[in-house]
Design a protein around this ligand. Structure first.
Ligand SMILES: C[S@@+](CC[C@H](N)C(=O)[O-])C[C@H]1O[C@@H](n2cnc3c(N)ncnc32)[C@H](O)[C@@H]1O
Length: 194
């Protein structure tokens, strides 16, 4: 079964999969941007989106799991500040720019070429002064079929351009898994060449 089918099955079996608490790195990132518009790619069943809404953000969520999207629609049916798209993140396009973009537990589902495309998309969609929050696996899953496992320091290597400032990078242990977590901020000015 492909990843989409697997996530549909998981969300159907447990609508509270991943719990209600956001990833700690997402909470930490709110010290750099605390309001505005947020985009979560791979929004899942909404633990991070819910936290962003609670903190006053207007949130756009994208996921290709209709079961995840359905849970969010049910849990936030009265929430005018939440926009949801059932779509593959590689196909998702928007004219909007966001203050806050996160992709938590998403990038390891893609080959390197598509990770590059996705990160470039995330960068383009970010307003000046905006923040990106990424978390991706450094260890395989039980089925041993994640297309990309991040190496030591690899995740922050996607943000080497001078307009991006690395605010936080940490490789954390979660049960049997190791996860790279990153917060970066897009500068509001263009650094002058020396
Ligand atoms: C590990 S879950 C994380 C969910 C959420 N970000 C969180 O932290 O709770 C990964 C999510 O990415 C979604 N996903 C995986 N590949 C995707 C793709 N190509 N397009 C859209 N969503 C995708 C899955 O459906 C799933 O909801």
């Amino acid at each position: 079964m492909d990843f989409q089918g697997r996530f549909n099955q998981k969300y159907r079996a447990n609508p509270r999969l991943f719990g209600q608490e956001p990833m700690p790195v997402l909470k930490k990132a709110l010290q750099f941007v605390s309001s505005g518009t947020a985009l979560e790619l791979g929004v899942g069943n909404g633990r991070n989106a819910g936290y962003l809404l609670k903190n006053g953000f207007t949130v756009t969520g994208v996921d290709n799991s209709q079961e995840g999207i359905k849970i969010l629609q049910q849990n936030f049916s009265q929430e005018p500040k939440l926009k949801l798209f059932k779509a593959d993140v590689l196909d998702f396009v928007t004219e909007e720019k966001f203050d806050f973009i996160c992709a938590i537990g998403l990038l390891h589902f893609f080959e390197l070429e598509n990770i590059n495309k996705l990160v470039n998309k995330i960068k383009t969609f970010t307003k000046k002064g905006g923040v990106n929050v990424l978390a991706a696996k450094m260890t395989q899953n039980f089925a041993n079929d994640l297309p990309h496992i991040f190496a030591h320091n690899e995740l922050k290597g996607f943000y080497t351009q001078p307009e991006w400032e690395i605010k936080h990078y940490e490789e954390i242990e979660r049960g049997r898994a190791k996860i790279a977590t990153l917060i970066v901020q897009k500068h509001t000015y263009r650094p002058r060449p020396m």
